[in-house]
Design a protein around this ligand. Sequence first.
Ligand code: NAD
Length: 497
Amino acid sequence: MKKYLNFINGKWTPPTTEEYYPVKNPYNQEVLATAPLSTEKDVDTAVQAAKKAFESDVWSKKTPAERALCLLKLADLVEQHAERLAKLEAQDVGKTLKYAQDSDLPFIIDNLRFFAGAARNLEGKSASDYSGMGMSFIRREPIGVVAAIVPWNYPLYIAVWKLAPALAAGNCIVIKPASITPLTLLEFADLTLQAGIPAGVFNVVVGSGNVVGDALMKHPDVDMITFTGDTATGKKILHESGSVKHFELELGGKAPMIVLKDADLDMAAQGAVVGGFWNSGQDCTAVTRVYVHNSQFKLFVQKMVSLTKKIRLGDPLAKHVDMGPLVSAKQLERVESYVALAKKEGGKIACGGKRPSDKKLAAGYFYEPTLLTGIKQSSKVSQEEIFGPVIAIYPYTNYPEALEKANGVVYGLAASVYGMNIYDCMEMAKHLNFGTVWINEHGVLASETPHGGFKQSGFGKDLSMYSFEEYTRIKHIYIDSTRQKQRSWHYTVYGDK
Ligand code: NAD
């Protein structure tokens, strides 16, 4: 069995504790490998390596073309190893191999290539002669040492969303993967060496959030924190990081879908089922609340039930399987507790609502894809993030009510509208208080499009050139072009004429 170490300063480095923990497959509890249980000291070693690399000329002072070349090589290497990485991701997270192969890995490769291109397209504006005495230039510079803390639902995918723009802009990075899913990022670390990314520029430290995450976010030599995870953890990091740092926070979601009266109901039902149960519903943008007009409610629920019943649960590596287990016992308990609350409050289970009875699945953290009705808007089931395969369907009487309910949560990450009248769809999109609104779709992301939330879903953007800019700081340089001493304000003030 493979014993993974931390990746620090271009070397595989044992943790100072010399302790390791088992990383298990949530489908059958098989131990896949062991990973290091690191401490503050390991974090400090990694941050010092990143700082030294940043201050030297190995990366931040390279030309954009040189950095782009390394990222392009890295993308090619990931492509060569895609099959192996997809399988490992499927085993570590419990997501289907089909999904890891067709979605995660191609997106990771494309993202590395997109930000390689972005490295060569960083622009700074200039403002000419606004003072009548000179010119201003705006320079975008790398920030320094970036600490990235990432979740378990898309372990390599979300890590790459952060490391690709950070490295393209010339920063050095220390990443902490979620402790239950560190394996693909560690395998990826090996590829960074082969791609020619210099020692210290890219580092991975593995361990718990409370120890490694905490030490990383509080480290005085970390200049920026980019975090994806739960809103509660994001708030804690924001409040406790202890010094002034750049922040980018991608937090929880509770995505609504509004089905307008003229929507194609089959298309909308399919969008809701695919968008809600993708990755076993463990997705921050997953459809969690569907609002349907009263007159179509019964029919729409039937359509969703019939599609949901077709979802095949099983071994994530098997070809015919649509949904694997949840990632952990903790996540399964969380989902069970929300469904129990829904029942207690008088909600109805339209389908699912339990663990599958198939004995072959007993060792995995499986939960049937579940549709709920009769849930009050004020219920925790409507308001809080369940983060599992559970969708609630609600009737509405008019569009203002649908909009008010869709917006009536603390989250603001993503939403969708289904309808045929583009004016109504656009009007809804304008008033939906979410960072992304899809029309007649739910869940499409691309390297070119920004992803990030409003309200308690965080701030800043992943993906796109907006994300690239997050990893830069803006410097204003002013040049006096007059060469006339007496026109400069400080000489006037001090009477030096
Ligand atoms: P989490 O907040 O528990 O953990 C995220 C990361 O933070 C992990 O690496 C964890 O070890 C670390 N961490 C935990 N406690 C910490 C602490 N005190 N200090 C520093 N680091 C700490 O989240 P999770 O359960 O891994 O992921 C699920 C959550 O992530 C959901 O809320 C989901 O909506 C959110 N998410 C958001 C997006 C987005 O783009 N907005 C994408 C994916 C997931």
